[in-house]
Ligand binder design. Structure first.
Ligand SMILES: Nc1ncnc2c1ncn2[C@@H]1O[C@H](COP(=O)(O)O)[C@@H](OP(=O)(O)O)[C@H]1O
Ligand SMILES: [Mg+2]
Length: 261
């Protein structure tokens, strides 16, 4: 890694600032939309567009020369040769945002020379921003019955198998960033996803989770890597480190495990 701890810290703070500002834009957009009677998919599209526009203009001013990979912008090959890439999900949990819920997030990650070096996740509905420079591990020990955060709208086929084989409590919620944050915050002990996702869904949350000392990997235990030509990154596990071995072993026994590749 070419970046020093000091520069990684500075990028984490910059990522947090952008995520926080985008959260304000999104909360305002939702208020404007409410006043104008805009709801449902149109509200989600408005949020995606407003947050993307704001983040793109801030990055153009504040990080000129860096490449960007964003869910809401056209991808170009320029990022593949770039030294540094900002990996952005302007609104993760668009569905939940449009439903007036709080489980949605803004993801801002910084990738440099092969590695995620910094990341920030804003959860504006809770007035919360987590970043890789100031995060600490979950404080309390895991309860006897582990809690697994899963997608509330698209839970993977693995979930039933894991619930039964490990006697887990399943906690459905929206947004990959919110689910990873729930593990960091000690509200859940693991987050498992399979069946589809992209680099922007996990890059920033994974950067923060790693800084908090959590286990992060693909569901087959291999490393999550970023800024690949194809940003499709369909599955992941984020969990307390002591859960990683039993959880990965149980995932490998799931009838649907072979489907993930
Ligand atoms: N099977 C799938 N294929 C593609 N993307 C998926 C997916 N399941 C979840 N995602 C994406 O992962 C994010 C979190 O989803 P969920 O809340 O269901 O866990 C969402 O991002 P966006 O809201 O940015 O589109 C969602 O689109
Ligand atoms: Mg997303």
């Amino acid at each position: 890694m070419s970046s020093t701890p000091d520069t990684a810290q500075a990028f984490a703070k910059h990522a947090a600032s952008i995520a926080r500002r985008a959260g304000v834009v999104l909360l305002e957009a939702r208020e404007d939309a409410k006043a104008q009677g805009v709801s449902g998919r149109a509200l989600g599209a408005l949020g995606d567009a407003r947050a993307q526009e704001a983040i793109a203009s801030w990055l153009a001013d504040e990080a000129p020369g860096d490449a960007v990979l964003s869910e809401e912008a056209k991808d170009t090959a320029a990022r593949l040769d770039a030294e540094r890439v900002w990996i952005i999900d302007p609104l993760d949990g668009t569905r939940e945002y449009s439903e007036g819920r709080d489980d949605w997030a803004v993801h801002v990650a910084v990738w440099e020379a092969g590695e995620l070096i910094a990341g920030a996740v804003a959860i504006p509905g809770e007035d919360l921003v987590l970043d890789s420079a100031s995060i600490t591990p979950p404080s309390a020990a895991a309860p006897e019955q582990w809690r697994m955060a899963v997608s509330r709208s698209r839970p993977p086929a693995l979930v039933e198998h894991l619930r039964d084989s490990l006697d887990l409590a399943v906690v459905p919620m929206g947004s990959a960033g919110v689910k990873v944050s729930s593990v960091i915050r000690g509200q859940a002990d693991a987050y498992v996803h399979a069946g589809g996702q992209y680099e922007w869904d996990s890059a920033a949350p994974v950067a923060v989770a790693r800084a908090a000392g959590l286990h992060t990997s693909r569901i087959d235990g291999t490393p999550l890597t970023y800024n690949r030509r194809d940003p499709y990154l369909p599955d992941l596990v984020v969990c307390r480190p002591e859960l990683a071995s039993p959880l990965l072993a149980a995932i490998a026994q799931a009838p649907s495990f072979g489907d993930h590749q």
